[in-house]
Structures are given as C-alpha cells and as structure tokens.
Design a protein around this ligand. Sequence first.
Ligand SMILES: [Mg+2]
Ligand SMILES: [Zn+2]
Length: 163
Amino acid sequence: MTTHLVLDLDETIISTSFSCKEGCNHVELGDFNLHVRPYFKTLLDFCKKRQLSIIIYSAADKDYVHLMVNSLFLKSDLYPTHILDGSHMIRANYYGFTKTKTLQKVREVTGVGEGCLFAIDDCLDNFVTDDRVFYIKGWSSNDETDVELLNVIQHLENNNDDE
Ligand SMILES: [Mg+2]
Ligand SMILES: [Zn+2]
C-alpha cells in the first residue's frame, strides 16, 4: 500500500512575503515572493525513491494554494495526487470559529485510508491529537540553516523500520 505524505504549505515547505532584501533567493509569483525551505528537493527525492505520493493540505485559499503548488511541483515528476485548501478545513468544535485539518477529511476527499496517511505540519492546532502527524518547527525564509526537512526524512525512515 502506498503511503501518502500530507504536506502543509506555509512555514512547512515554503514561506512567502511581499518584500525582500535585495539579492534574496525567491521566485516572484504575482504579489508574492516564494521561498522554498532548505532540503525540500531532498525530501522530494526521498519520496520518489520510496514511492511515497504527496497530498497538499493548506489552510489558505484555493488560488494561492494552486499557484504555490504549480510553482513547486510542475517541473518535478512528483506532482501531488490531491490538493486540499482552506475549504477543506473543519470546524474544531461546534461553537467555535477555529478551524482545523483532520486526516478523516483527507480520507473523505481522496479515498485513501487513514492508515496510509502521514502528515507534516508546523501548526500544533492542526490535526488535533493525531499520532499520524509529525509536527515540525515553522520556517521563515531568513533561516537558510534550517534542517527540519532532514528530520522529517529521518522520521519517515524510522517509521518505516517499525513496519
Ligand atoms: Mg503552516
Ligand atoms: Zn525573498
């Protein structure tokens, strides 16, 4: 069974801003400057090697999400099988306005069994109490020394050994 890696966008694999210092290494996309987290390419290569497929799950609106995803993946041969955006967020509780992501929602949309889903996110409020989620430190584009995506790979390796 294929494992599907459910990736958040902002502060997990990218960071966007409206203005940057001169000489900054980014891709201009309309109003946004897109910065890709260090070792993202390494993570993609790992996914390819292990035949993991990718699902994107972002709280942002659809246009933004697709703009970022196209820029990140169009030239790679590992385009996400599914792309979930803010419209796929779930109300965290009946009375509250807070929204969250759930693996159940991913299963509903994609038809992929929850046991085959593994999510990476920088926001602890997402995927409330789910042990198939690996939380990482949020990334901002001025930190080029960041190695969290290498930790993700290590975590996936370790998880794989258990099975
Ligand atoms: Mg995030
Ligand atoms: Zn920049």
